[in-house]
Design a protein around this ligand. Structure first.
Ligand code: ATP
Ligand code: MG
Length: 416
């Protein structure tokens, strides 16, 4: 019996894992500078967290969720995204009573039953950030600038920040009507999904990936033209702050995003180097969601980065490298083996990556193993070495060799 992993669910192995860890470490460093603290929320939540938060008539909720009934007969879902669970936690744990703003970040797997393809998986990882409590454009600009700095620190170039404002409860109804009027003219030519969206959630039609729908919606009214005074001013200020911070961006009036909770500023970061699945990060303001979840009216904004797509870009720039030990200790005979083990442990305690031979094989085969794992040095301990208290070292890459006293081994490898 041979087992295989589920479709769309990937194993992440060395050396790739080191690219993942480097990205995560950089993200933590940047988040700390901006006062974003880590929050860990469960992978499994009550299904209504997502139906309510993301919206019933979104692709995620309609077709992509891993939903099942648990043994207690409750409907639960594997989180398809991080914002709804974080907001659930924010309200449940009364985080609004803490000093405002509250800024959080998270990392972890998300689950969506999508058709697996390049850059699209059923289990994928996001690094995300959420800031609660500030309604002014300064927070929009701070979050977007942080995302830019984070992606730059990770080493990504060729990125484009696309921005839009999708308005608020005040201006959305008139825009919705304008869209309905536009779509109704050729409604029969849109895909069946869009015809359904026309009834349930016409804004979603702007997000449809079907090519024909893309052609049909050419010339559709843009939300930008329908913003109320408040949303217009807010958006203009966000843009001028981004200009002041020299965050390059372009306006994309069709950027509506696939989740219902967004208000005002929405954004997406795309890479020219990714092909069809080109969005590496996306986010926006969600000023109504905390209230919708039963908390006090609290403005908020956040984003999520798609880890797989980031790692793909980084791997295209540079092959991931397999880290290599500093020293491999080869031993001959039982006594040498014990002394070797002791030295390996001493080196490790002093912060040096050392490997032992586990008492196996001839000196030749041990050195072959040292070479195979890429050790920079081999340290050889036989009977004579043991007696003299002088060990032989060999630089595996340069072929040089010499002797080092047992007492000096740590300092030898700390300086070499
Ligand atoms: P897309 O348009 O690519 O479907 P989305 O709008 O569904 O993205 P969000 O829900 O905003 O994406 O998630 C933010 C980021 O997470 C995306 O920009 C992308 O990098 C990543 N992402 C989303 N879905 C997947 C997936 N199935 N596999 C891998 N990464 C994903
Ligand atoms: Mg999607």
């Amino acid at each position: 019996m041979k087992y295989s992993g589920l479709k769309g669910m990937e194993d992440i192995l060395p050396p790739d894992i080191h690219v993942w860890q480097a990205v995560e470490a950089t993200a933590r460093t940047i988040f700390a500078r901006y006062g974003f603290q880590e929050i860990r929320v469960p992978i499994l939540e009550s299904t209504d967290i997502f139906t309510r938060g993301i919206g019933e008539a979104t692709d995620i909720v309609e077709k992509e969720m891993y939903t099942f009934t648990d043994k207690g007969n409750r409907s639960v879902s594997m989180r398809p995204e991080g914002t709804a669970p974080v907001v659930r936690c924010y309200v449940e744990k009364n985080l609004h009573t803490l000093a405002s703003p509250q800024k959080y970040f998270y990392t972890g797997p998300m689950f969506r039953y999508e058709r697996p393809q390049k850059g699209r998986f059923r289990q994928f990882y996001q690094v995300g950030a959420e800031a609660f409590g500030v309604a002014t454009p300064a927070m929009d600009a701070e979050v977007i600038s942080m995302l830019r700095n984070l992606l730059e620190a990770i080493g990504l170039g060729g990125l484009n920040f696309e921005l839009n404002s999708i308005g608020c409860a005040e201006c959305r109804p008139a825009y919705r009507q304008a869209l309905l009027d536009f779509f109704s003219v050729k409604l029969g030519e849109y895909c069946p999904d869009c015809q359904r969206r026309y009834e349930t959630n016409p804004l979603r039609i702007l997000d449809c990936k079907v090519a024909r729908c893309g052609e049909l919606r050419q010339g559709a009214p843009t939300v930008t033209g329908h913003l109320c005074e408040g949303c217009r001013t807010h958006f203009d200020e966000v843009l001028s702050l981004l200009n002041a911070l020299k965050v390059p961006h372009t306006l994309n009036p069709n950027l509506v995003r696939g989740l219902d909770y967004y208000t005002r500023t929405t954004f997406e970061v795309t890479s020219e180097h990714l092909g069809a699945q080109k969005a590496v990060a996306a986010g926006g303001r969600y000023d109504r969601l905390v209230e919708e979840f039963g908390g006090p009216a609290t403005p908020a904004i956040g984003f999520a980065i798609g880890m797989e797509r980031i790692v793909t870009l980084l791997k295209d720039q540079q092959e991931p490298v397999q880290p290599e030990p500093v020293v491999f200790v080869a031993t001959l005979g039982k006594e040498a083996e014990i002394e070797g083990f002791r030295i390996v442990e001493t080196l490790r305690a002093r912060g040096i990556w050392a490997e032992q031979s586990y008492g196996a094989g001839s000196l030749k085969s041990q050195l072959r193993r040292a070479d195979r794992i890429g050790a920079a040095f081999a340290l050889i301990i036989g009977e004579n070495e043991l007696k003299a208290g002088l060990l032989q070292w060999k630089n595996m890459k340069k072929g040089e060799q010499g002797e080092v006293a047992v007492a000096d081994v740590v300092s030898f490898f700390q300086t070499n």
